[in-house]
Design a protein around this ligand. Structure first.
Ligand SMILES: [Zn+2]
Length: 179
């Protein structure tokens, strides 16, 4: 039986705690059979672990709240939480490429009903607290420009190298190129 990685479980728990009345209709984690057959996706279990999470953008709060939450996750990743691999929301992708700068997302599904978070293998067993408010590592942020450079791109890392052939599908039917 496949499991959502520990980091994904923890992040979802924190979001549930913050938004107990949120709409979960567009939530998801494990790929359905059709997408399983299709090939590569972080939603497809690898060694029994799923490393992707979809969160419904309707947090039952102010409409802008989803943007604010995504921004918190992005900043957490930028400050150096390497469990987060990339985030997609509302036509934008955020990843270590260009140091977590929002870039145009060219996949078929622009991800407006939900946002997608992919996790690295570091999150498989590490379910520690996500510092979304940023009060713990504020000092590091001034040095944020250097954080992205520390990520190895030699193939031993699970961070996408960004090659043209680097395409991943997610449950939502999207197919993304990390180039
Ligand atoms: Zn997804």
């Amino acid at each position: 039986m496949a499991k959502l990685c520990k980091a994904g479980q923890q992040l979802r728990e924190q979001i549930d705690d913050d938004y107990p009345d949120r709409d979960r209709k567009s939530d998801g984690w494990i790929a359905d059979a059709r997408h399983m057959a299709k090939g590569t996706s972080d939603h497809i279990p690898q060694d029994g672990i799923v490393r992707a999470l979809d969160i419904d953008a309707d947090l039952n709060a102010h409409k802008e709240e989803a943007y604010a939450l995504v921004e918190k996750i992005r900043k957490c990743a930028k400050r150096g939480d390497k469990r987060i691999k990339y985030i997609i929301y509302d036509g934008k992708i955020m990843s270590p490429i260009m140091n977590w700068k929002r870039r145009k997302y060219r996949g078929a599904n622009p991800h407006r009903s939900h946002f997608h978070i992919s996790f690295t293998t570091l999150g498989d067993k590490d379910g520690s607290w996500f510092d979304l408010e940023g009060d713990r590592n504020e000092r590091i942020e001034t040095d944020g420009g250097k954080l992205g450079e520390n990520i190895p791109r030699d193939g031993s890392s699970d961070i996408p190298s960004g090659g043209l052939g680097s395409r991943r599908n997610c449950k939502c039917g999207s197919s993304i190129s990390l180039a």
